[in-house]
Design a protein around this ligand. Structure first.
Ligand code: SAM
Length: 329
């Protein structure tokens, strides 16, 4: 029997304009210039990301959806072979369009769990609070609005059960390769021995397929990147002229790094509020985001290096994408 729907939300301190300004200023005065990709996700960015997920070139969503919709029972039974009593946490849940299939399967198996989506976007948490109880009547959901590790820290006060952590969409690919093991070690420090984590990894494949996913013909990924400049204009009273920047994604087949840049089309300066000017040379780039691609062996090595045991691989039918299940040692 499912319990009546219970919806709660925990918010961290809201992102302050000061914090946003500080990160933007530090990135744009660095050499080379960069912006943090977590700032893509404001209300407009969330909507554009949903458009990206639906666009034909962005194969990642369909691949992972293939795993979550077609293997939902296999996934649920695998989790249940480890423990019956647990909560589900999702890091960077987005619209939960893949995890919803697993949540549904767990409810059909009458597992008594609470779903804790963690997302930096307040808009996403509000959306999930409405969407999930309508789609899955009886689900217990407690949204956590804030940064991954801040929210995992808060969660310790809320739930002492074992956790199944979902980290989907190859969001792990937004972390630089050299920082991945440290990120995973920090994640592990928030978990209990025996906890499970299911991480989505986009695997190396035909470079033209990969590059097209970040350079779609409809220009949605371009808009997604440009929206961060617009957010800076709106929030920090800046004067980026978006028409004077071009979207330039590049994929390096050897390293597996797909990097998105915005390139200044002329020598120009951009005012950031009353604080000062950022100078751009013609052709100078702002590094926006990395979307790392992996070999299966690399993913197993990450798990072991961070103190997890890889226990099961779930692939889509094309074997383009891997959802790897690890157990906390
Ligand atoms: C690429 S989307 C993936 C969404 C979803 N996991 C999927 O597979 O469709 C990344 C999501 O993570 C959230 N996010 C990004 N950085 C974050 C951070 N540091 N802490 C919490 N959430 C974050 C974004 O707001 C966004 O909803």
């Amino acid at each position: 029997m499912n319990c009546p729907t219970a919806t709660t939300t925990t918010h961290s301190e809201p992102l302050t304009t000061d914090e946003f300004f500080h990160d933007v200023w530090r990135g744009l005065t660095a050499s080379p210039k960069y912006l943090q990709s977590k700032y893509f996700y404001d209300e407009v960015g969330d909507g554009i990301f949903q458009e990206i997920m639906a666009c034909p070139e962005y194969y990642l969503t369909n691949c992972e959806l293939d795993v979550f919709s077609n293997k939902r029972n296999e996934l649920a039974n695998t989790l249940l072979s480890y423990f019956r009593d647990f909560d589900v946490v999702e890091l960077g849940a987005g619209d939960a369009s893949k995890s919803i299939h697993l949540l549904d399967a767990l409810m059909k198996h009458e597992v008594d769990f609470t779903y804790y989506p963690i997302d930096i976007s307040k808009n996403i948490i509000t959306y999930l609070d409405k969407k999930l109880p309508a789609a899955l009547p009886g689900i217990k959901i407690h949204g956590l609005n804030g940064d991954y590790f801040d929210m995992l820290e808060e969660l310790k006060e809320i739930s002492t059960r074992n956790k199944v952590v979902l980290f989907l969409g190859s969001s792990i690919g937004n972390i630089q390769l050299e920082n991945t093991v440290d990120f995973l070690k920090e994640l592990k420090s928030h978990l209990l021995p025996g906890d499970l984590i299911l991480t989505g990894f986009d695997l190396k494949k035909d470079p033209s397929v990969i590059l097209a996913a970040y350079n779609d013909a409809g220009g949605i990924t371009r808009r997604f990147n440009m929206n961060l400049l617009q957010r800076i204009n709106n929030t920090l009273d800046a004067d980026f002229d978006l028409s004077q920047f071009a979207h330039r994604p590049v994929y390096n087949e050897q390293t597996g790094a797909c990097r998105s840049y915005l390139e200044s089309l002329k020598t120009q300066r951009v005012r950031i509020g009353e604080v000062g000017w950022i100078h751009f040379k013609e052709g100078e780039q702002i590094f926006m985001e990395i979307s790392q691609k992996y070999t299966v062996q690399q993913t197993d090595e990450f798990a072991l290096a961070a103190g997890f045991t890889p226990v099961r691989h779930f692939y889509d039918s094309k074997r383009w994408f891997l959802d790897s299940l690890w157990q906390c040692g």
